[in-house]
Design a protein around this ligand. Structure first.
Ligand code: SIN
Length: 313
């Protein structure tokens, strides 16, 4: 039996559901080329700020026993670099291109999305409301009024379907509030859940020292340890979003099994962060094969057969 891993996001077809989480393997063109040459179904660029940024001091990423911690601080080449990349991207390629934007203030996001709109490209924008690692800049996703204002401002400029990257939420009331905001924006086509679990702290038992340098060691947690938080957020938004709005799942996928669970929870596509960083782009071939094997074993032919169909007791 052959199985179909294809999906559509914001009306655009992806040959399979997997791509990188913004921030991993996507800051420079050489890395993006490696993603293109991999078995990913798409690719997204590093969250761009208006100006290029060095990011936070190193060490700023460390794999942990059950995941990772990072406080990268949005190192990126500046939005013009990614706009030029998007202009020369071959859209006949089967892989659609997603562009992540993370302005440090609303005015920056307005200017960046305006430039992309003026360029009139088929790439899909994912606006990042959830970087936990820029000192002095709280995550917009935790400021309901600020997020609603940003969406009300940006959506009419973007006009086309677009998405936002959300932080993890931990309270049912917050799921309700954020979903209501999202449902009020017609051309918001998807939410990506979740960014890293912000401001964790890893301490080495032997050296009695924190794991990373920025922010006295505080950083975003990713990988296996956040799987259940990610699944909860995917499912919470899949249940609440209306009018065909979709969820892209990210968090804790180390094999086809966790990818299966993300789809079961309601994900329409799955992004890979920590495991891609650790294993490299060849991970996409492995995770695809593992998910295909699971689907064959369970008798599912397409993602639609089980998407969002998690059973409750
Ligand atoms: C970073 O660059 O600090 C990570 C980006 C993010 O978490 O949005």
């Amino acid at each position: 039996m052959s199985v179909d891993l294809s999906t559509s996001i914001a009306g655009v077809k992806l040959p399979n559901l997997f791509f990188n989480a913004s921030g991993v393997w996507c800051q420079q063109e050489a890395e993006l080329t490696e993603l293109l040459n991999s078995e990913s179904g798409s690719l997204i660029t590093k969250s761009a700020t208006f100006e290029p940024r060095e990011g936070n001091p190193s060490p700023r990423y460390l794999p942990l026993e059950h995941g990772s911690i990072n406080s990268m601080g949005l190192p990126n080449e500046g939005y013009e670099y990614y706009l030029e990349y998007a202009k020369k991207y071959d859209y006949n390629n089967a892989k659609p291109l997603f562009i992540s934007l993370s302005g440090l203030k609303l005015e920056d996001n307005i200017q960046m999305v305006t430039k992309f709109v003026e360029a009139d490209l088929p790439c899909i924008l994912e606006v990042n409301f959830s970087c936990p690692n820029v000192p002095g800049k709280p995550q917009l996703g935790y400021d309901m009024e600020g997020m609603a204002k940003a969406l009300r401002t940006l959506a009419p400029i973007i006009k086309k379907p677009f998405g936002i990257k959300l932080p993890p939420y931990f309270d049912i009331v917050h799921f309700d509030q954020v979903a209501e905001i999202c449902n009020s924006v017609d051309n918001l086509a998807f939410v990506t859940c979740v960014n890293s679990v912000g401001n964790g702290l890893a301490i080495d038992f032997e050296t009695e020292t924190v794991a990373i340098k920025p922010k006295d060691g505080f950083g975003g947690l990713g990988g296996q340890m956040i799987l259940n938080t990610a699944l909860a957020n995917v499912n919470a938004f899949a249940r609440r979003l209306k009018n065909g709005k979709q969820v892209i799942g990210v968090g804790g996928v180390t094999s086809g099994k966790e990818a299966f669970l993300h789809v079961l929870a309601g994900a329409s596509a799955v992004q890979i962060g920590t495991q891609l960083k650790e294993e490299g782009p060849q991970f996409f071939a492995r995770v695809k094969k593992e998910l295909e094997d699971i689907m064959v074993a369970k008798g599912y032919k397409s993602l639609d057969d089980f998407r969002g169909k998690v059973k409750t007791l």
